[in-house]
Design a protein. Structure first.
Length: 372
């Protein structure tokens, strides 16, 4: 009976040991919620810390990764563990590249995470683009102040457009086939860039143009040097001209003759040119000898009409002195006896020369003959 009792006690002891072991195993096994980069799942593992759970799940974390709670934190059934992996984001601004580490899952998240302001900036990738563990490189273009002159207006703009072409598109400027832009469309836009758009229009114009006549000169020994006479009047010709006209911003800039067709021929003027030398002045005339003041009152009246009575007048119209002698007429009737031109001679000398001409042709040479 004693032996049987001992067996019963032994069996009971084994049962207690087995039960205690089961309780120990159960307390070492944990079931937790593990969220990796925002994706949750249930993880089961033996261990007492976050590090144990991650190791069991085959998750290795580095210095740029974030684990909440920390890897040394103890865990229990139902604990929540979050892991976000670090990504390298390389941002290039004005040619300078800077590296950042972030746990953002998209480019927008990453920019917010690193605190980089991008108001109005242009990015080389979409803000919604996913940021993988391999990282991402982007270029950020910051708006700069530029000046645009087009269509008669000058505008001060702020733009992050990378090139002149992109800026014009942004500003709503459409170029015509002949329009010019300075600097070139491919030029990089930087602060202070001045862009000028010139509107260019070409027109083809047909018009009739006068063709001037030439002059054929013939020597005439019966006239003094400096005298001339038209023998045959010249006739102006005409031609049809087709031109290409280039207008820049509404103003004619260049004209190119495309064709020229004669319509009527020009005919030269024939001009007789005097070759006879003037007689040399006789000595003594410059002192007043040979002065002829006949008809002086009549000449004063004509001078009043011709020149306002100004005997030394020279207006540059080709007629000189009180009686308005032409250069050739003055010399032709011996005016050189007194002076090279009538306005350089005295009243008496001019009247003397007028009497010479009057003896030859009467009052016909004077437009104010009626004043006589």
């Amino acid at each position: 009976m004693i032996l049987r009792a001992n067996r019963v006690l032994a069996t009971a002891a084994v049962g207690l040991i087995t039960a205690a072991g089961a309780v120990g195993v159960a307390s070492a096994h944990k079931s937790v919620t593990l969220t990796v980069d925002g994706a949750p799942k249930t993880a089961s593992a033996f261990g007492s810390t976050v590090a144990d759970i991650l190791q069991a799940e085959g998750i290795t974390v580095g210095e740029h990764d974030v684990v909440v709670p920390s890897v040394a934190t103890g865990v229990e059934d139902g604990s929540h563990i979050a892991v976000r992996f670090g990504r390298k984001l390389t941002v290039t601004i004005d040619g300078k590249a800077t590296e950042y580490w972030t746990t953002g899952a998209t480019l927008e998240d990453a920019l917010q995470d690193i605190g980089l302001r991008t108001d109005g900036a242009v990015l080389s990738a979409s803000r919604s683009q996913a940021l993988g563990r391999e990282g991402l490189s982007v270029t950020l273009t910051v708006p700069v102040a530029v000046f645009l002159r087009a269509d008669g207006k000058v505008r001060a703009l702020k733009s992050a457009a990378p090139t002149v072409a992109a800026l014009l598109a942004e500003a709503g400027i459409t170029l015509g086939p002949l329009d010019t832009v300075a600097p070139a469309l491919t030029t990089k836009v930087v602060a202070g860039t001045k862009i000028v758009v010139a509107r260019v229009v070409e027109k083809t114009v047909t018009k009739t143009v006068a063709v001037p006549f030439g002059t054929t000169k013939r020597s005439d020994s019966t006239m003094y040097v400096g005298q001339s006479k038209v023998l045959t009047k010249g006739v102006t010709g005409s031609k049809k001209v087709v031109e290409k006209q280039v207008f820049v911003d509404g103003k004619l800039s260049k004209t190119t003759v495309l064709s020229s067709t004669a319509l009527t021929a020009a005919k030269n003027q024939v001009l007789a040119v005097g070759t006879k030398a003037y007689p040399r002045p006789s000595a003594g005339n410059t002192s007043g000898a040979g002065i002829n003041l006949a008809n002086a009152a009549m000449w004063d009246r004509i001078a009043q009409c011709e020149s306002g009575g100004n005997w030394s007048i020279n207006t540059g119209n080709g007629y000189y002195g009180g009686l308005q002698f032409s250069y050739s007429t003055w010399l032709g009737v011996g005016g050189a006896d007194f002076a090279p031109r009538a306005d350089l001679a005295s009243r008496a000398e001019q009247i003397t020369v007028a009497n010479r001409l009057y003896a030859q042709r009467g009052l016909q040479p004077w437009g104010c003959a009626h004043a006589a």
